[in-house]
Design a binder for this molecule. Structure first.
Ligand SMILES: [Zn+2]
Length: 289
């Protein structure tokens, strides 16, 4: 699943093309990606909406919309403004702006198609439809945002606050690091990488981290997320940037995807387990304590 660096890359790539544009119409192929909004309501809201901003929160792309054209007496809007279209790309999901008409292959798995007033088209494509789409008014967004943990790259997340979050759970540190209610944006790839870089055993109870380990972990989480953003994210298979390119950070991974290979630091063969969180954890017995 696209994590913070991938979604940040998508948002940065799309923002200059989307902000200021008007969505001409919207077509949704399947409604199983929708959360808390009906297909009819979504399509109706998007038609004629002007994009006023685009940001990222956690692993979601957030498109801010001005629906004021809905305030015409004939179509009173019950959505308070501003309204946000929130897309969390799934493992097989991509959010791409197309300059050219879609090919049959591109159109095949297009879940949401939104032609823009400049002739281009915003497309959310998702082969397995593991992503989610929400439409939130101001109040809905406030509640959604409040349920998410702090952003790891936000300077307001001080080492002391990070340490307090880690101290609040006895679960494996890897699970806590990936718990979006504790801290957002970090998924399996970057949790594996950050724990390796910080030399921490991924199964170690979060509350047992030493002050030094907490400090190291936060600094490596930040360094790795930033480096991955600089490389436009990690492409293992499906992930593409907002303009359709592959990311490059897969070339810089130390453990994720390298189980059975030699540790790049000490040469020990990297181990792997699914026991921590049912997902693959790759680690070095020697470098991580
Ligand atoms: Zn090692």
């Amino acid at each position: 699943m696209p994590e913070l660096p991938e979604v940040e890359t998508i948002v940065r790539g799309l923002r200059p093309h989307l902000v200021g544009r008007t969505i001409v119409s919207a077509k949704l192929s399947h409604d199983d990606v929708l959360r808390g909004v009906s297909k009819r309501k979504l399509v109706q809201a998007l038609k004629g909406a002007r994009v006023t901003g685009m940001t990222r929160r956690a692993k979601h792309a957030v498109i801010e919309l001005d629906l004021s054209r809905l305030s015409r007496p004939s179509r009173p809007s019950r959505l308070s403004r501003p309204t946000r279209l929130v897309i969390q790309p799934g493992m097989t999901g991509s959010l791409i702006i197309h300059d050219e008409p879609l090919t049959a292959e591109e159109a095949k798995y297009a879940v949401l198609r939104a032609p823009l007033d400049d002739g281009r088209e915003l497309v959310y494509r998702d082969v397995r439809r593991l992503g989610t789409i929400l439409l939130l008014d101001e109040k809905g967004w406030a509640a959604y945002d409040a349920a998410l943990g702090p952003e790891p790259l936000d300077p307001e997340l001080t080492p002391a606050r990070f340490a307090a979050i880690m101290a609040s759970s006895k679960q494996a540190i890897k699970k806590v690091l990936m718990d979006q209610r504790k801290i957002v944006g970090v998924g399996n790839i970057y949790a594996n990488e950050a724990l390796f870089a910080a030399g921490i055993d991924p199964s170690k109870p979060s509350s047992l981290l030493t002050p030094h380990q907490n400090e190291l972990l936060l600094s490596h989480v930040r360094r790795i997320l930033q480096a991955a953003i600089d490389s436009q994210g990690t492409t293992f298979r499906d992930y593409r940037t907002g303009t359709g390119e592959k990311g490059n950070f897969q070339l810089e991974l130390f453990v994720y995807g390298r189980e059975g290979e030699k540790c790049r630091v000490c040469g020990t063969r990297l181990a792997h387990t699914h026991e921590i969180d049912a997902r693959i954890t790759v680690f070095c017995h020697r470098c991580q304590q």
